[in-house]
Write a protein that binds this ligand. Sequence first.
Ligand code: HEM
Length: 154
Amino acid sequence: MLYTYLLALHSLVRWFVLLALVTGIIAGYRGWLGKKPFTSRSNFLRHSIATVAHIQLVLGVWLYFVSPVIAYFLHNFKDAVHNRQIRFFGMEHSLMMLVAIVLITIGSAAAKRKPTDKAKFKTMAIWFTIALLVLLSSIPWPFSPLVSRPWLRF
Ligand code: HEM
């Protein structure tokens, strides 16, 4: 029951993470290249991205503890590690998403500390772009050949 809700929520929050990140990247490049002032709105956006990513991190780790897929992976490690679909969630997805969230956290914290507005935007643009690429590559999309999951779960 909890698992079903968590999985649906984790699937939904993915879209908030992606939306926030894309908005932040656009703002980052526009601010950097267009030499715009780093306003309190820009700072709110920077902070929101890290917050949404951390919410997804909590959901993901929680899911890791309740998912039957992960339970199977951990209890039958020797066999399960050769099963690409199960290993994807047991290792690849979880590790790559952790990396992406660390990149978002570093980018956000580094941008905050930069002395100039241009440097703040530039830091956001670069770190968030790399994080987005990692995220996009490790989400189980409906069209992913290896592990296909729905666009949204109800
Ligand atoms: C921004 C980061 C993340 C995004 C965008 C994301 C996205 C997703 C998506 C779309 C699914 C498929 C949901 C479905 O079946 O409908 C999923 C499943 C899952 N994710 Fe994540 N995830 C993220 C981070 C994490 C992290 C950090 C962990 C664990 C450390 C994690 C663990 C899992 C697990 C265990 C499953 C489900 C396995 C099962 O089917 O039981 N995720 N994730």
